[in-house]
Design a binder for this molecule. Sequence first.
Ligand SMILES: NC(=O)c1ccc[n+]([C@@H]2O[C@H](COP(=O)([O-])OP(=O)(O)OC[C@H]3O[C@@H](n4cnc5c(N)ncnc54)[C@H](OP(=O)(O)O)[C@@H]3O)[C@@H](O)[C@H]2O)c1
Length: 332
Amino acid sequence: MPTVAVTGAGGFIGSWIVRILLDRGYQVRAAVRDPHDELKLAHLKQLPGAPDRLTIVKLDLSSSSAIEARVQGCDGVFHVACAMAAKLTRDPHAEIVQPIVDGTVNLMRACSSAGVTRVVLTSTIGTMYLDPSRGDSAPIDEQCWSSLEFMEETGEWYCLGKTLAESAAWQISMKSELDLVVINPSVTLGPVLQPWQNASSSHILRLINTKFERYLNRSQAYVDVRDVALAHVEAFERQGARGRYLCAESSLHRAELIDVLREVVPPEVAARLPSKMVTGGERAARFVISTEKIRRELGLKFRPLKECLKDSVESYRDKGLLVFPRASPALA
Ligand SMILES: NC(=O)c1ccc[n+]([C@@H]2O[C@H](COP(=O)([O-])OP(=O)(O)OC[C@H]3O[C@@H](n4cnc5c(N)ncnc54)[C@H](OP(=O)(O)O)[C@@H]3O)[C@@H](O)[C@H]2O)c1
């Protein structure tokens, strides 16, 4: 079986990619910043197949020097990690945008020099939808690119970094023999393998663990982490995979997300979920998303959001991430 490397392997999406790769028999190099951090790695070492086929390697994307050795001999690399400063102060370009771009450029150059066949890059829907010239009713799809000016003006630094990083990756791929396929997930939810909460799981955990009076007037698109991980592996395995793939199951207003969440949490949690929206302004329109390409070319059949949220909440409970009592009635 081929040897592949996964950057950000210990994180939320990376862990699920490692799990599917091990299930399919790959030799997997899990690239992490600290290979001695047992807290961050124990869940990977416990995966089926890990004792025989998982190697943990040290890789920090902020220094270009050591990356090539880590990906040498790999048929494929899944570039999942997002290199940005953990603590943000006053300079979003230096702390968010540039590290994301530099990390991806360093990785792509190393893969090109090492003769890696295909890189599967984890980008985001944020590189697609932030464009005021696209009307609310126009579908978001693989042709769409977020406006750099708009992201600067609105302070969408993470999406700006991811957009510049994805563009740089395409440029390197076009100038070299390195084959690139990009997955653009929406807000990713679903069961966590790692024992801590990552940013997107916090989206749901905050709603469950906090008593909010009102919810925001926002719409977002959602997808299950197991489908995002599967999309990455299919993008590597399918010879015909090409270009970008928007990876999203549904698009909902926050009110609708809370309605689905209410159905899968215990009654005492459901009762304290906010039922009123912040005042002022028209209700935000749902995103219109087109996921025809990923369904057709990668064979994705997305899990419905209700199943995703139910499994998310169960996994948060299993990992001790919920603050409501464990003795709560069974989840609906
Ligand atoms: N979750 C979402 O809703 C979502 C949606 C769209 C796109 N994405 C993209 O999906 C990818 C994974 O996100 P996630 O949700 O799984 O986040 P996560 O759990 O926070 O994982 C991110 C990983 O990046 C690694 N990392 C950070 N800086 C690094 C550096 N300088 N060098 C090497 N590794 C570094 C971290 O490694 P350590 O263990 O060393 O800290 C961590 O494992 C990211 O590229 C993100 O932009 C996520």
